[in-house]
Design a protein around this ligand. Structure first.
Ligand SMILES: [Zn+2]
Length: 460
């Protein structure tokens, strides 16, 4: 057996790890690269391996940087099954169709702007029909229900507590009469958080491939995070402007709504209208309601009692583009939560375009912003930012709240790695190099490696 690291190697996007053995090739995740546009575009167009050479695939969770290249993989000749939890399969339908619509729109936009220039037309990476075809290859599984994706290889999915449906992947095989095992962490969530179940301890295995997004970092306590959010909203109310919160449609949007609901309930912040401006977030909400298995006990109990533990009554879901546009002219203070989380696309761009130049307005950053994204430039409070190709002067207040992460912090990552044990070796992926090094120091006894893209790890 060997692992080839084809993405999320010394970076946090493009998760793709290929496990190859005698019985074939098993791909773990197939995510899109996100970041600087031209670079991401070039890397996403060409898969680094022949799609037809992959026999089977396991997907850890529905986030696009883990799932977003699946339609391309299928389009280029992958014929095998894509194994994931039932919630992940349902979320992928909504998220990949959304991604395809964005690809189509982006291509149209570029082609309009190329007019008159002698350039070949831009094709979308994939289209909604490509997604529909890929979806037929998905196979849903329950947590803790082992399956056999390749002859001689058994896989079980365990709760990762990161977003609904997220799983860590336990892989056991028998090859040449010898047994071996590897755990792929996927993205690990945080213990003791509201809404979702806690991450299960990683299974014991010979080898570990773990994420390290927040290596060396420590998240603030839930209470202090809520205090900070309350402060930010109060100050924004004093300025009398609007509040824009760019957020991933899955997970982060629901977490922010939950925190605002608690602040309103406690009377610590005056109630203000919340608009969740994202057809995807609206779809995601419906999907997650069909998967109560992802919720923790407290949330489940509340739902069974007919309460509203997630604060959903607070929000107005905006599906139509027309209604989204109307928000631009709406007077008064209100909160708009819109995707994408890193401001690389989606409706949040329109809202930013209409708000960044007014010092009364507030932009609240609640998620990780990769280098090269508009979100990162907002965090850096650049004087000038570019939206839809136009330069805008940034006069709005930018507030950064780091604690909303859906990822385990340093201590939780260390505890998870120790739970796995990994006596034969450990690799740290899904982290900028500095973060990976910090995590490596914390688990030095496992002698972790930090693979570069294309590195091959021979498992004994
Ligand atoms: Zn994720």
């Amino acid at each position: 057996m060997r692992v080839t690291f084809w993405g999320a190697a010394r970076t946090v996007t493009g998760s793709k790890h290929l496990l190859t053995g005698r019985s074939g090739a098993l791909l773990l995740d197939c995510g899109l690269f996100q970041g600087r546009r031209a670079e991401a575009e070039a890397r996403n167009r060409a898969l680094p391996f022949a799609a037809a050479s992959v026999d089977s695939m396991v997907l850890s969770h529905a986030h696009i940087d883990h799932s977003g290249s699946i339609p391309l993989l299928c389009k280029q000749g992958f014929k095998g099954s894509i194994h994931a939890t039932a919630a992940t399969v349902d979320l992928c339908r909504a998220m990949l169709l959304d991604a395809a619509h964005i690809q189509v729109k982006d291509a149209e936009f570029l082609n309009r702007h190329h007019r008159g220039h002698p350039q070949p037309p831009v094709e979308p990476l994939y289209t909604p029909p490509d997604v529909e075809r890929a979806l037929t290859q998905f196979v849903p599984h329950g947590y803790e229900e082992p399956f056999v994706p390749l002859q001689g290889v058994e896989v079980a999915l365990h709760e990762a507590g990161h977003i609904p449906g997220a799983a860590s992947v336990e892989i056991r095989w028998k090859e040449n009469g010898r047994r071996g095992s590897l755990v792929f962490s996927g993205d690990l969530g945080r213990p003791n958080r509201p809404i979702l179940r806690d991450p299960a301890p990683l299974a014991r295995a010979d080898y570990l491939v773990t994420e390290g997004t927040y290596g060396g970092k420590h998240h603030p306590e839930e209470a202090s995070l809520r205090d900070s959010l309350g402060q930010v909203v109060l100050q924004a109310l004093e300025r009398g402007g609007r509040i824009i919160i760019p957020a991933f449609a899955v997970g982060r949007t629901q977490e922010v709504v939950y925190a605002l609901d608690k602040l309103f309930l406690a009377g610590r912040v005056p109630e203000v209208p919340i608009y969740v401006d994202s057809p995807l977030a609206a779809n995601v909400q419906e999907i997650v309601q069909r998967h109560p298995e992802v919720y923790d006990q407290e949330t489940m109990t509340g739902i069974r009692r007919g309460e509203d533990p997630l604060g959903l009554r607070r929000i107005t879901l905006v599906r139509e583009a027309e209604d989204s546009m109307k928000l631009n002219d709406k007077p008064g203070t209100f909160i708009t939560i819109a995707a994408s989380g890193m401001c690389e696309g989606g409706r949040v761009l329109h809202h930013l375009k209409h708000t960044v130049e007014d010092p009364k307005n507030t932009i609240v950053i609640v998620g990780y912003q990769a280098e090269g994204t508009l979100g990162r430039r907002l965090v850096e409070r650049r004087e000038e930012i570019r939206i839809f190709g136009e330069i805008h002067t940034l006069r709005a207040t930018v507030e950064v709240l780091n604690g909303f992460s859906a990822h385990a912090d340093h201590d939780a990552l260390v505890a998870q790695a120790r739970s796995c044990g990994a006596p034969k070796g450990c690799a740290i992926v899904h982290a900028d190099y500095e973060r990976a090094q910090a995590l490596a120091e914390g688990i030095a006894e496992l002698k972790p490696r930090i693979p570069s893209e294309g590195d091959v790890w021979e498992l004994g």
